[in-house]
Design a binder for this molecule. Sequence first.
Ligand code: BES
Ligand code: ZN
Ligand code: ZN
Length: 504
Amino acid sequence: MPHSPARLIPEGFSAIPSLDAVPFVSVVGDLDASKLDTIALLVTSDGELPPGIALDRKQLARAGFEAEPGSTLVLPGGERPRVLVGLGPSGELDVTALRDAAAAAGRATTRFSRVGVRDPGVGTSDAAAAGQALAEGVILSRYRYSPLQRAPKDTRLERVELLIDGIDRVAASRGVRAGVITARATNLARDLSNTPPGHLTAADLADVAVALGSRFGFDVEVFDRAQLIELGCGGLLGVNAGSAEEPRMVKLHYSPPEGSTGHLGLVGKGIMYDSGGISLKPSDPMHLLMTMDMGGAASVLATFTALRALRATATVTGWLMCTDNMPSGSAYKLGDVLTARGGTTVEVKNTDAEGRLALMDALVLANEEGVDAIVDIATLTGAALMALGPSIAAVIGNDATLLRRVKEAAATADEPVWELPLEKRYRKQLDSDVADISNLGGPYAGATTAALFLAEFVGETPWAHLDIAGTMQSEKDESWRSKGATGFGTRILIDVARAFQPFR
Ligand code: BES
Ligand code: ZN
Ligand code: ZN
């Protein structure tokens, strides 16, 4: 197998470096300053200040700190500096505000590896949810991708102690444990997305999945080119045709230790690099982001690393559809007709609309498997980014109950989604003169026409599609998002999968 020069990879390189850099997080009854390098004090803009602050509200305001959400003030003095972090008004506190404040605390203390956080415990009737949000905020905000730098600038976060006033510590600890698991999974998805394409081929990702499966308790089955031909996965094979690297379909399976509340199918787009193929993308900054075109597959794989640890009660089966999309003498062409698993023929009118082609085979397989519902996640269309911007993902589906469940999980996770319609009137844009369907819609409503294409392959199964093209990466550090790949969708999927139950 020919390899690009980028395959001269440093010895010991890992595509999942943050997995073994998870901090130890605990809920404590008191902060032990001798074990900490710094303490962050979360402060509401009303009510009492945390104890031990020599300044009153007026003096703090003069120093520019009014406890606005996300604002910070470093208190000078001592070898262990303290940082005030604003929470805003106590009446408006929810888990998102707590996660935001914890993230601000994480960012205000980036030079330190042992961090204490004191939360006043207001607005947090659900101790477990509060603990989870605080753990997620601190860990996710401290994420940095640095395995390819000889001298990384970041200090590794090793230890976090959380003091939450007046809270049920057992419940809070349970939440913290969950938050460490969801944040670890999200950072794993970020690692995979941030890894350059030459360092993570489809075959490499399959190897990573196998290793994760034995470590985190799920089964992994890998399908190579020959097996994909056997299965009739003409979509994934078609997209792969121009590549020097083999494709892989990776099937993941988790079964709960006892009984099962239901069976969920998860499908992830794993385009390791999207050049556009023969419909080559221009060399603008957007093209550079196409190393993250496997963000959907990354979040599905990451989700599986959390299931056993969270004692998930549902059966979950996942399909990662992995290949790069390259132009070459053997590449698939405009006008080619691909045959999906199950026999549907697809006219290729644009080789850059490759994600839907790679996904269609997996949707058919998920249906054959008899899952109760399917959620797919994909960096599918620039149109989703145009419609909703970089903070909100599009969700489209055929089942109101499943869509409601996904929206709830998205709100809890602060991974915002907005529903776009599966408008049947636009289906005829996908008509083909030579095949059953074409892979290209018209110039408008691109996220919807992409979803209408996918809908052809899900049959009657309740299905929700997450288009994360806009949210897969962030241009700046912002709350739990760190610059670069965001791992968006991982925490939604974990929440939906954990205790999934069928509803029709
Ligand atoms: N991977 C891209 C979508 C994308 C765009 C992801 C921007 C992240 C940021 C996808 O494969 C693609 O190229 N879609 C085309 C579809 C079109 C040809 C119908 C698009 O959105 O332009
Ligand atoms: Zn594309
Ligand atoms: Zn793509």
